[in-house]
Design a protein around this ligand. Structure first.
Ligand SMILES: Cc1cc2nc3c(=O)[nH]c(=O)nc-3n(C[C@H](O)[C@H](O)[C@H](O)COP(=O)(O)OP(=O)(O)OC[C@H]3O[C@@H](n4cnc5c(N)ncnc54)[C@H](O)[C@@H]3O)c2cc1C
Length: 461
């Protein structure tokens, strides 16, 4: 009988061309850092993968050495899934090339690209696809969970625009996943999180979106019930070119905010119109008549500028905690709770956003992809983001209290990318009717659950 020796770090270093940064190496602290400053973990090593071969070597090493494996794309995971203690991190962020083919309106995107990288490349050709609200978020983690953003109503979730992916699975094989090849894997990747392997590239459909018309409207807190009630009906029937969402926001020092109102808390409408630009101004009108507007900024802008508008609130290292759920109907009871807890947002970088996920998102069936909640109207997220560790308890309590107060009027599950580290008990509800099939796909491609730092699906059987 042959006994296989466990691979060593030195052997790994000999095998891969990419930097392998281990504890004690220069740059280790920078290499191990993730976006959420709450997670200060110390992996054995970080492979800064530059190509698929590095990823294969890293997966094989982690599996054969018996190390925990974390895959990092943009590093934005709320529960800090992109790192671990004592294990292996495959950091895909050097793999960020975005190749756009304007003729076919497709983009081939490296597994570690951010939406900023994506927008930069695609906007050159007047093209875009659904990404998130912040441009520093990774294409990888955001897409694998579903992908909700400004363009979701006209063009669907990010996964609805995914045509294929290249995946390194737990056995170290490089597999293609599409409707025609490994279709079960392709199904699972579209909403099943990072459960099935490390995605080294994504192929997306693009759409002609260049300049859009955007508006930010600030209203007094007492208008919150009117605004939320309006949203609940308006967004069901509104043309799909609208990608608007309500929020609670402490006013930042921006030129259009009256100086004496900076630092006050408001209810806000973020409005995005992706239709003909000359119709944009008219598209803003309903948001001027719903309630008295205290401050507004509206006008045309390049889509990437809107996508980066909130970036400054979430610098790398900021501490954060968030929770979310899907919502079909904004009931009066829920609106009452929003008015209470939304008025208590603790700082400028804390908020509640209610993203609409109807329109094109509803034209995909609940089991066509792993993303089950195709009948939800909104994905709600309550976010705290703060600098001072002494505030941890207070900020987490605000999110939990707000979440608990609105949960009775929400669906049992929430968007996997809006889960906190204490939400692992919600996995079944989050994947909902698709959980059992996801467990079957998991057992096929990752029977020993190597990829478990995610909203984890236990392999079936
Ligand atoms: C400021 C901020 C704003 C956000 N806004 C939105 C939003 O508007 N819409 C939205 O949908 N979500 C949003 N999110 C949530 C976001 O989608 C998730 O946090 C997502 O997991 C981040 O992806 P990442 O690649 O940056 O994170 P990472 O921490 O790198 O990864 C998160 C998870 O995805 C897996 N993963 C990442 N890349 C790959 C890959 N290439 N292959 C395999 N697995 C991979 C990781 O293993 C991990 O489980 C936001 C998050 C933040 C911090």
């Amino acid at each position: 009988m042959t006994v296989m020796n466990k691979p060593t770090v030195d052997e790994l270093r000999e095998q891969v061309r990419a930097p392998v940064v281990a504890a004690g190496d220069p740059g280790y602290d920078q290499a191990r850092a993730v976006h959420n400053g709450v997670f200060d973990k110390h992996p054995e090593l970080v492979i800064q993968a530059e190509q698929v071969a590095d990823v294969v070597a890293g997966v094989n090493y982690a599996r054969d050495a018996g190390r925990e494996l974390a895959i990092r794309g943009g590093g934005h995971s709320g529960p800090g899934f992109g790192t671990n203690d004592g294990g292996v991190v495959i950091d895909l962020s050097p793999m960020r090339t975005v190749h756009v083919d304007p003729a076919s309106q497709r983009a081939l995107v490296g597994g570690g690209a951010t939406w900023g990288d994506f927008n930069y490349a695609a906007h050159t050709f007047g093209l875009a696809t659904t990404g998130g609200i912040v441009s520093t978020t990774g294409v990888g983690g955001l897409t694998l969970g579903g992908g909700i953003g400004y363009l979701a109503r006209p063009y669907g979730l990010s996964i609805d625009n995914l045509r294929s992916a290249e995946v390194v699975t737990a056995d170290g094989q490089v597999r293609q996943a599409s409707a025609d090849e490994n279709a079960d894997l392709f199904w699972g990747l579209r909403g099943g999180g990072g459960n099935f392997g490390a995605v080294t590239s994504f192929e997306f459909d693009l759409h002609p979106v260049s300049d859009i018309y955007a508006g930010l409207f600030f209203y007094e807190l007492e208008s919150a019930p009117d605004l939320l009630r309006f949203f609940n009906t308006f967004i069901r029937e509104a043309p799909e070119a609208y990608g608007a969402f309500p929020a609670f926001q402490i006013a930042p020092p921006l030129p259009f905010i009256p100086e004496d109102r900076v630092g006050d808390t408001f209810v806000m409408a973020v409005v995005h119109w992706a239709g003909p630009i000359d119709e944009g101004e008219k598209a803003m009108e309903p948001f001027r008549s719903v309630a008295p507007v205290v401050a507004e900024m509206a006008g045309p802008m390049p889509y990437p500028a809107l996508n980066a508008a909130f970036d400054a609130f979430f610098p790398k290292g900021i501490r954060s905690y968030w929770k979310g759920h899907f919502v079909k109907e904004l009931t009066d009871a829920a609106i009452e709770q929003h008015a209470i807890y939304g008025s208590k947002v603790p700082e400028m970088s804390a908020t509640m956003h209610l993203y609409p996920i109807n329109g094109a998102c509803h034209r995909v069936g609940a089991d066509d992809t792993a993303f089950a909640y195709r009948d939800a109207t909104f994905a709600q997220v309550i976010v705290a983001a703060w600098q001072d560790p002494a505030a941890d308890e207070d900020r987490i309590r605000w999110v939990r209290d707000y979440y608990n107060a609105t949960a009775p009027d929400a669906e049992p599950g929430g968007y996997v990318n809006f889960m906190a580290d204490d939400d692992s008990g919600r996995v079944h509800d989050n994947y909902s009717r698709n959980y059992d099939q996801l467990a079957v796909v998991k057992s096929q491609y990752d029977p020993d659950n190597l990829f478990h730092l995610n909203q984890n699906i236990a392999p079936a059987g």
